[in-house]
Design a protein around this ligand. Structure first.
Ligand SMILES: [Zn+2]
Length: 316
């Protein structure tokens, strides 16, 4: 079995403004880096990209979205979607003519990835989609996010596949406050989120519970501090919870070169944290992992860090 890679062409057509760091070039940077990554193989294909099981993401249905978002919010987003120009949803987040389609396919990627992994058609999956989703709450857009794709995937694993315990590991540099908003009262879901604090979205540091494992990190924290936090705060929580499936909110903006934050992770840390997740999934979750792109705004660093992540998922 292989690692699945899910994306959709419309994910390149959600454009906010020319200078916005959350740009279509992020997807291209990752796909180009995966295409350039050589793997040692005597038979073709011999690049990481060519070794992956490729899928075009379908649109998420209203039934799938409404498991995590309010009907009024989904209706509002459908009505606000412009035919031309931009509609602003918050100071950082806007919709253009193709944004709704990009969002629906990004959430649909999480659903299909969940099905592929649950049905044993792929060993694990990476959704290379945008915009990101983990700041989107039940009824609000925020921080570049409109629909919470990872939450849609988690809810699908619970509702359609009957799982009883699912965990999200969110190593984006920003707290996954939308995912917390959606799942804080759901006994079936654990969220483990490392994030720079104080920093946007200025939430999470005081809301830790037995299942909302919020781990704030000071600006300047590097490999050693990050790995220690994962091992001392997150590993025991996951061992206690024993998730039947693991989702990863894979933001790469904690990288040392990222312009939007001040943590100091290196490419090797993304391989390390991915290995950590795979060991947890092997012990408790039948190796089932679905990972989905969140942030990451330094294009070369994003491409390299995502490549480290996917290469590790693929066991190469
Ligand atoms: Zn982020």
């Amino acid at each position: 079995m292989t690692t699945a890679l899910l994306t959709h062409p419309d994910t390149l057509l959600h454009v906010m403004d020319g200078q916005h760091p959350e740009s279509p070039a992020r997807i291209t940077a990752i796909l180009d880096a995966l295409a350039q990554e050589k793997i040692s193989s005597h038979k073709s294909p011999n690049t990481l990209l060519a070794s992956l099981q490729r899928h075009i993401a379908p649109e998420a249905s209203d039934e799938q979205l409404l498991r995590v978002h309010s009907a009024a919010y989904v209706q509002k987003i459908r009505e606000l979607a412009p035919r031309a120009g931009l509609v602003r949803l918050d100071p950082d987040t806007a919709m253009g003519p193709m944004s709704l389609s990009a969002c629906l396919h990004a959430s649909g990627a999480a659903v299909l990835a969940t099905d592929l992994v649950m049905q044993g058609k792929a060993s694990n999956a990476f959704c290379c989609v945008r915009p990101p989703g983990h700041h989107a709450g039940k009824s609000r857009a925020a921080g570049f996010c409109i629909f919470n794709h990872i939450a849609v995937g988690v809810a699908h694993a619970l509702a359609a596949h009957g799982l009883k315990r699912v965990a999200i590991l969110d190593f984006d540099v920003h707290h996954g406050d939308g995912s917390e908003d959606i799942f804080k009262n759901d006994e079936r879901v654990m969220l483990c989120s490392t994030f720079q604090h104080p920093h946007y979205p200025h939430r999470g540091a005081d809301s830790r519970t037995e299942r909302m494992i919020n781990v704030p990190l000071a600006a300047g924290t590097g490999s050693e501090g990050f790995r220690a936090a994962v091992q001392t705060e997150i590993a025991p929580a996951l061992e206690r919870f024993k998730p039947q499936m693991l989702f990863i909110s894979a933001g790469f903006d904690a990288h040392a070169q990222d312009p939007l934050a001040q943590l100091k992770l290196q490419n090797e840390d993304y391989a390390w944290v991915t290995s950590f997740a795979m060991q947890v999934a092997e012990r408790h979750a039948g190796k089932r992992i679905v990972s989905l792109l969140e942030g990451g705004y330094h294009l070369p660093a994003l491409g390299q860090a995502a490549t480290s992540h996917v290469r590790t998922l693929a066991g190469l």
